[in-house]
Design a protein around this ligand. Structure first.
Ligand SMILES: [Zn+2]
Length: 124
């Protein structure tokens, strides 16, 4: 059995802090030095782009040393951070957001259908 992976980070309030590093974390290279409470594990981002423009992205996050739990913003419990809504969601709410995207995609298709009717029938 292998040793659990750890990472040592320099903080402004507690000096070097060594914590377990979850397998999904992409690392802390380039992360600014800050408070221990603000240490953030981040997973690989999943971006939604269209024609090279990023619409939003999401990734798994966790603030493992947080002493103040703030729902959907800062938690020791891993969640999915979604940039478009600037919130971190639990699995149930990520599914709800995905369902909302599905509904929005349907509404976009309805607009495309409406546009085709307008442009083919000359109702301009
Ligand atoms: Zn990490």
């Amino acid at each position: 059995m292998s040793e659990p992976r750890t990472v040592t980070l320099l903080t402004t309030d507690h000096g070097p802090v060594t914590i377990p590093e979850p397998s999904w974390c992409v690392g802390h290279e380039g992360a600014p030095v800050g408070l221990r409470d603000d240490i953030l594990h981040r997973g690989r981002p999943v971006a939604f782009t269209f024609r090279g423009q990023e619409i939003t992205d999401a990734c798994i996050v966790q603030t493992p040393c947080a002493t103040l739990e703030v729902a959907e913003l800062n938690s020791r419990t891993p969640g999915v951070s979604v940039s478009a809504i600037a919130r971190t969601l639990d699995a149930r709410n990520v599914y709800a957001l995905a369902a909302a995207f599905d509904t929005y995609a349907d509404r976009l298709r309805d607009l495309a259908d409406q546009l085709l009717v307008i442009t083919t029938e000359g109702d301009l």
